[in-house]
Design a protein around this ligand. Structure first.
Ligand SMILES: Cc1ncc(COP(=O)(O)O)c(C=O)c1O
Length: 367
């Protein structure tokens, strides 16, 4: 019998993903980490700035809350006004704050499955009724499917990751535009653009739409694109009226000085990151071609990962782990169990992945 406290039913309903229970592998030097979409790069100037900070870290002081310069440079980088940006300790807490602020009791939110697991959890935690849309095949969402579900379920909001985790598909800005032109102005459209830096260079993201669409809320993260996952920093980008309301619940002291400083240094060196993103994209496309040559189903991707379909992903992932490579498998839902996601790292790591897959028992890959 459960001897703990009464639990909010929304939280009881959350199904824990068995993979996530043990996915936080120790940072052993000799493992190739292709399971969490981390960037295999830290900018030398960011590292240097962190080391300089560590010489006199003033650990006893609360963080400085304004972050003016960082916000200005970020706004300039993505072509919005500083008033359109609010920083958070990661894009996941940003989503939580957005949902707490702009949703209400019995709020129905259309979203695409499979999706980034934490987004589903955050919806549930906030008492939202998630309305799943499952495109068939899973990598090819059409916005009409989203809009149909929105009408059918008389929904109140839409959440999408774009480019999408875990399929890698992206919807061009014009398609996002179409959604915005169709739904009422009062309906929040939340677009998580965590992976947008790895998308086709002609894709500029939805940030330029916010002036015209006050119901558009964009989430960005410094975790993957800037390789700052351990420091926890992300942002909401939206109309300034939304930002003003969010400011009331955002605790600015939650963003550590070291995260602020590293993000600032990263943005000041954005050209170097652009080169890294391009290299990752090239490696991704090359690996996809090679996996296709091995007759493995691999979906097209505009992210720093690829989604594959293989006969026995569990066995293949154990085999890879024994050979020093961590990948992401999907234990649920049942129709995802044939899938495996691999993050893109440097060529040397990816070549090792290919060699290891080639050595794996054939029945793990083909049925
Ligand atoms: C779609 C998506 N959003 C957000 C995140 C995490 O962002 P953050 O580290 O800024 O909370 C991830 C990480 O895996 C993700 O896949």
């Amino acid at each position: 019998m459960n001897k703990g406290l009464w639990v909010n039913p929304h939280i009881v309903e959350i199904q824990e993903d068995p993979f996530l229970k043990n996915h936080r592998k120790p940072h052993t030097e000799n493992m190739i980490r292709l399971h969490m979409n981390e960037l295999p790069y830290v900018h030398p100037k960011v590292e240097e700035a962190v080391k300089t900070w560590a010489e006199n870290p003033k650990l006893n002081l609360f963080p400085h809350g304004e972050m003016t310069r960082l916000v200005e440079i970020f706004a300039d980088t993505i072509g919005v006004k500083p008033e359109n940006i609010l920083l958070f300790p990661g894009s996941s807490p940003a989503l939580d704050s957005v949902l707490r602020t702009f949703t209400y009791k019995n709020f129905r939110m259309v979203y695409r499955i499979p999706t980034y697991g934490h987004a589903y959890q955050t919806m549930k935690i906030n008492g939202i009724d998630p309305i799943p849309v499952r495109p068939t095949p899973i990598y090819s969402l059409e916005i009409e499917e989203i809009l149909e579900a929105f009408d059918l379920y008389d929904a109140h909001g839409i959440y999408l990751t774009n480019p999408h985790n875990p399929t890698g598909q992206y919807l061009p800005a014009e398609r996002i535009w179409d959604i915005l032109d169709t739904i009422p102005d009062s309906v929040p459209l939340i677009i998580d653009e965590t992976y947008v830096s790895f998308a086709d260079t002609s894709f500029i993201g939805a940030a330029d739409l916010i002036e015209n669409y006050p119901n558009l809320i964009i989430l960005r993260s410094f975790s993957q694109a800037f390789g700052l996952a351990s420091l926890r920093i992300g942002a909401v980008i939206s109309h300034e009226d939304n930002i003003e309301v969010l400011r009331k619940i955002r605790r600015d002291i939650d963003i550590t000085p070291v995260a602020q400083m590293a993000a600032l240094e990263a943005l000041m060196n954005i050209e170097d990151y652009e080169r890294v993103w391009e290299e990752i994209e090239n490696i991704r496309d090359d690996i996809r071609d090679k996996l296709l040559e091995m007759d493995i189903v691999v979906y097209p991707s505009e992210t720093n990962f690829l989604l594959l379909r293989v006969a026995q992903p569990d066995k293949l992932s154990y085999f890879l782990e024994e050979n020093g490579i961590l990948v992401r498998v999907f234990a649920q839902p049942s129709w995802m169990t044939g899938h495996m996601r691999i993050s893109i790292s440097w060529k040397e790591d990816m070549d090792k992945l290919l060699r290891t897959i080639a050595k794996a028992p054939k029945e793990y890959i083909h049925s």
